[in-house]
Design a binder for this molecule. Sequence first.
Ligand code: HPA
Length: 233
Amino acid sequence: MSTPHISANVGDFAETVLMPGDPLRAQYIAENFLDDAVQVTGVRNMYGFTGTYKGKPVSIMGSGMGIPSMSIYARELIVSFGVKNIIRIGTCGGIGSDIKIRDVIFAQGASTDSNVNRARVRGTDFAAIANFDLLLNGVNAAKDLGIDAKVGNVFTTDTFYQADDTFYKDLDKLGVLAVDMETAGLYGVAAEYGAKAMALFTVSDHVITGEATPADERQTTFNEMVKIALESI
Ligand code: HPA
C-alpha cells in the first residue's frame, strides 16, 4: 500500500513516529539509537525507518521543511499507515530574552501566520496544542535526564526570512518562546485525523540576538533531544 509520498506496507511503521526535518537526521537516529532498524520508505529521499528502542517499536521519518511538507507526511502516516503518535524533533529560532542557544523547548501550543488551521474550522482561530500525555511524558523524560527544558507557546512561520526582527519582538511581548516552520501544521493535522502530536526543539539560533550554535555542537544538542524523545515513549 503506497500513498503519493510514502512507499511502504501497512504495518511497516510503528504507532509512534519521531520526525526530524532532515531525512539524513532520520537515518542518523535509526543507525545510532535504534536496534534492528530497517528503511521502510524513501520516496523523494524522504527516508523513514522502523526499529526498536529499549524493546519498543518506533519509527523515524523526515518531515521536510515547512507546514505543507510536514502536513503531507503526517496525514499519510496517520490516515494510511495507522500512526497514532507523532513527535517532531527539530530546531527552532529562539525569541524570548531568557532563551539561549542549545536550550530545549517543548511546544505546548503553536501560533502561526499560516492559514491552514483557520481553514480547518470556518475561519476561526483553532488553538493548535500539543497532546497533553505526550507533552507530560516528554517533560518528565527531560527532567529525568537532568535537562532543564522550557515549555510554552511557539510560533510556526511560513516565512523564514523576515524583513526585520520587529515581528519577533512583538511575539516576545506575548511570551512566545521560539519560532519554527512545522509545528502548527503538525498539531492541526493530528487534531483533524485523530492522532496525538507533540514537538520539541533545540534552539539553533536566536532571531533577536543573532547568536547561533556552532556547527560542531549541533550534533551534541541534537542527540540530547533525540534521547528525550525516545525516553518519553
Ligand atoms: N526561523 C524559523 N525556523 C527556524 C529558525 C528560524 O530562525 N531557526 C530554526 N528553525
